[in-house]
Design a protein around this ligand. Structure first.
Ligand SMILES: C[S@@+](CC[C@H](N)C(=O)[O-])C[C@H]1O[C@@H](n2cnc3c(N)ncnc32)[C@H](O)[C@@H]1O
Length: 239
């Protein structure tokens, strides 16, 4: 997968060179290019923002450099999906990450700053994504989150092809079952005996039950309800 990021702080994306995304890049499974928006400015100060029409606090990112940057990157690399990071976008979920990993051989992420972008910039993008209902100072952390969530689903990036399937949010909107590793007992806390029984059918049954119990206790908004039962609160949207 090719990923282009446009930002005024290219250094912010450096953590992607570490750990699993870093390995995916080194292995050639993910091709990451980070572009400095100021490359597409023409004034001596390389300005990308201006005061908002109508007044109000802060500055707004201008159309001209953003159009120039997105059009230039699009002409050169033809990203399959152009995505604007914004708190007003569709919430990023595992289903959204899965869709992007499955359907997009390439994507372009644009990181806003200041009070956000000139409204006319929105026409450049295929979709807008939010990483949560809070306001960050810039879209770079959002881009890191989107790239991490999507890149690990690119075939070959995770060690075991099975591991994403049983994870939280991947299997029928359930949280993952509890996990244990050695030692079998630690400070009086024992691993559930079923996990050391060697009975794989029983282990699978226990894990399924634990996933349902855990989801019901921690995230009742996700838990499946019996058919016909009314919902007290709206269901979370999958994407
Ligand atoms: C301070 S925010 C602008 C917020 C904007 N004034 C509003 O109220 O919707 C600056 C930039 O940070 C990024 N950003 C902030 N919160 C975000 C979130 N929850 N998800 C994705 N991007 C976010 C966006 O790129 C945004 O343009």
């Amino acid at each position: 997968m090719r990923i282009d990021v446009i930002t005024i702080f290219p250094g912010y994306l450096a953590p992607l060179r570490e750990a699993l995304p870093g390995k995916a890049i080194s292995a050639g499974l993910v091709d990451l290019a980070v572009h400095d928006l100021r490359t597409w400015t023409h004034d001596v100060h390389q300005s990308v923002d201006d005061a908002p029409y109508g007044g109000g606090p802060g500055m707004v990112m201008r159309c001209e450099p953003i159009y120039a940057a997105v059009e230039d990157v699009t002409a050169r690399f033809a990203p399959a999906r152009r995505i604007l990071l914004t708190p007003q976008g569709t919430p990023l979920t595992q289903a959204v990450a899965r869709r992007l990993a499955d359907e997009c051989p390439s994507m372009l992420l644009f990181c806003g700053r200041y009070e956000g972008v000139d409204e006319r910039v929105r026409a450049l993008f295929d979709e807008e994504l939010s990483i949560g209902d809070y306001v960050l100072t810039g879209g770079e952390l959002g881009a890191l989150v989107v790239i991490d969530a999507v890149a690990r689903l690119v075939p070959g990036v995770l060690g075991s092809a099975e591991s994403p399937a049983a994870e939280s949010f991947s299997d029928a909107d359930l949280l993952e079952y509890p996990q244990y590793t050695r030692p079998a007992e630690f400070r009086g806390l024992a691993v559930p005996p079923v996990l050391t029984s060697g009975n794989h059918g029983e282990i699978a049954r226990w894990r399924g039950e634990q996933a349902r119990l855990r989801t019901g206790a921690r995230r009742p908004d996700l838990a499946p309800r019996p058919p016909g039962e009314a919902s007290a609160s709206p269901r979370r949207r999958r994407d």
